[in-house]
Design a protein around this ligand. Sequence first.
Ligand SMILES: Nc1nc2c(ncn2[C@@H]2O[C@H](COP(=O)(O)OP(=O)(O)OP(=O)(O)O)[C@@H](O)[C@H]2O)c(=O)[nH]1
Ligand SMILES: [Mg+2]
Length: 513
Amino acid sequence: MAVPTFVDEVTLHISAGRGGNGVASVHREKFKPLGGPDGGNGGPGGSVILRVDPDVTTLIDYHHSPKRRADNGGHGAGAHKNGGHGGDLVLAIPDGTVVSTSDGEVLADMVGSGSELVIAQGGRGGLGNAALASAKRKAPGFALLGEPGDELSVVLELKVVADIGLVGFPSAGKSSLIAAISRARPKIADYPFTTLVPNLGVVRAGEVTYTVADVPGLIEGAADGRGLGHDFLRHIERCAAIVHVIDTATIEPGRNPLDDLDVIERELSRYGGLEDRPRLVALNKIDVPDGSDIADMVVEDLEARDLDVFAVSAASGKGLRELTFAMAEIVWSARRERPVVEAERIVIRPRSVDGADDFTVTHVTEQGVDGWRILGDKPERWVRQTDFSNDEAVGYLADRLNRLGVEARLVGLGAVEGDTVLIGATDNAVVFDFKPGLDAGAENLARRGEDHRFEEERPAARRRREIDEAMVERAENETRADVARRLDRPKRGPTGYEIGSAQDPDRVESDHD
Ligand SMILES: Nc1nc2c(ncn2[C@@H]2O[C@H](COP(=O)(O)OP(=O)(O)OP(=O)(O)O)[C@@H](O)[C@H]2O)c(=O)[nH]1
Ligand SMILES: [Mg+2]
């Protein structure tokens, strides 16, 4: 018999949405050629959320299409229009799904209808030039790019959450029993391994409502991989009690209720971890005359083993009321000890708040690179936000890195001009040549989208070099300001500080994050 594989474990590849790009735009109006910057921000990308849905009972959908992606955020536009929020992607998963990384680290055990797990966060939208404008940088000719969303693979593993688990040989009548005591309609047939997917039924007995699950039939040697294997026992790990369903009417040679029970118990103990669960025994098929006789014969033996025994018939309904009330009693007392799990919302990898300012600089010599690697939440994020085809944007990045203290740290560690600087981890690092002294603010008299510091013979640099040279031979009490005046090419901020220097009252401190 071909046994189709039952999907209770899938690997899911998920990508959250990318943040939309900010836009650089300038307000235009008739007779007012140079309005202010009015480029809107990009919208954040959508996140991927796993949510427990009681109507979903298998992971089969994800087996068929394991790649899922949330929407990207919209790009900003002129006239201060911000991009739209990318729609979140909500994936419905069964109650009792365990979520782990591909390395096997458990991220969350999803129990309780409505519980949510934000498994991949959407990327932030990039700021438009309106938001980037400041007193010094009145009309930025650049905007920030949206950031990519999280991308990862996770393993979903279903462990059915049922109060009662039914175990037994194939065709003992486990599924028939669920059908008889609940509204579930599992597949029932007289060949072994009819059940390939655990079935779940909701039962109400008196005041107590509880769930009952069956698992595919077990046979001797299940732990060694015979039959469908005892992997399915993971589905009864969470049950408060185990009910042995025993076929009293089987005509298979060598089978009888007591031996059947022993075989199943042996498999349970080889699986392990289920010893403490209370047991009930349901002797099924007593509507068959031989079955009823055999049940009578073994009841005493079973009770002598301290087991609660119920002679039932899934076919006729005999004995089912007593059985369902006995199950309800166990469930009720188990619940008193362990309260029902409330729905909760878990967020994996929340954006770090503490330590966001931290970055590390290490000297690296690898793959022919001799340089410095910078790792840290902010530097790496800022690099992702930068449009490297726009010099002004690159200048802005340099300013942000300097304000964070990256340059100072590099110099302190002995980095010199021309050294290679890598920002980010090995596989997606951005490489720079280190140029100390690029600390004078991006807002220096450049055309939009340009930064003078990227021109070799830029006037400001030439001027500084001239002053530096003149300083060497300056008169005794001549200050740098005197030297500059002497060179007769004054280019100063209105109140005498150097543009972009620490005393500059207009110096931009905010990073807009
Ligand atoms: N006469 C009689 N037949 C029953 C009774 N319960 C189940 N059966 C029959 O036994 C056969 C197997 O029943 P299932 O409910 O599919 O058994 P199962 O334990 O779920 O079997 P697997 O899913 O294969 O492990 C079917 O033909 C049922 O009609 C009962 O109380 N009386
Ligand atoms: Mg079945």
